[in-house]
Design a protein around this ligand. Structure first.
Ligand SMILES: C[S@@+](CC[C@H](N)C(=O)[O-])C[C@H]1O[C@@H](n2cnc3c(N)ncnc32)[C@H](O)[C@@H]1O
Length: 214
């Protein structure tokens, strides 16, 4: 994303989340499935570092903190509105910064360049240049680390009417499922001499993807 596009996208996200952030956690638990499964699979080493790119209200980082109390947590988001909620929830427990997921300087923002675990949770469906975001996430992965992604899938197992309804709902929030995400991630993993693994949630509702040296 160019600088102009970044500012425009940031304004769009702030516009959506200025009001939504107050009801986000309560409402999204009914349709952002697979996030707890992703967290359960992080298998974090003692004192390991976790960066969530597009961390939103900090819901996922908060859960990671509960499960791995010695972890070092970092969150990035383009929306200053979402970061207000994340900061209120996480306080000093996480280091938070505003930035564009498609291109950011982790060293400048967080004082560290690499992370043991990187999370992208229901964010690629809101980021127009989602391929650049996955590449950027791999760039900040520490040797031996893993990138964990969860996002909407092809939904092919869902009845047509419910898929159409959900898609119309998601459009209201500028969410676009990326049916080619799994394939693209496997290709990127191979090109980086890493291993990729993709799984489908029930009815193809979500993709769960890991990339690393596992
Ligand atoms: C649906 S929310 C997901 C939040 C959180 N990851 C979760 O699982 O609940 C999408 C988030 O992506 C953020 N976002 C969208 N585009 C972004 C970008 N280009 N860079 C960083 N964050 C972005 C939004 O501000 C929002 O917080």
């Amino acid at each position: 994303m160019s600088v102009g596009n970044t500012a425009e996208h940031a304004r769009l996200m702030d516009g959506i989340y200025r009001g939504q952030r107050h009801i986000y956690d309560f409402t999204r638990k009914y349709y952002l499935f697979g996030r707890d499964r992703l967290i359960g699979e992080l298998n974090l080493p003692k004192g390991g570092s976790v960066l969530e790119i597009a961390c939103g209200t900090g819901r996922n980082l908060h859960k990671v903190a509960g499960r791995w109390p010695t972890s070092e947590l970092y969150g990035l988001d383009i929306s200053s509105e979402m970061l207000k909620s994340a900061s209120a929830r996480l306080g000093n427990r996480a280091s938070l910064a505003r930035g564009d997921a498609t291109k950011f300087d982790a060293e400048a923002l967080f004082g560290r360049a690499k992370f043991d675990r990187v999370i992208l949770s229901y964010s690629l469906s809101m980021i127009p240049d989602w391929r650049a975001t996955v590449k950027q996430a791999l760039e900040v992965l520490a040797p031996g680390g893993t990138l964990h992604i969860v996002d909407f899938g092809d939904m092919e197992g869902m009845p047509r009417w419910s898929r159409a309804l959900l898609q119309r709902w998601l459009e209201l929030f500028h969410v676009t499922p990326r049916p080619l995400l799994g394939e693209a991630c496997l290709g990127l993993a191979t090109r980086n001499r890493m291993r990729g693994r993709t799984r489908r949630g029930m009815f193809g509702y979500f993709h769960l993807i890991t990339i690393g040296w596992h």
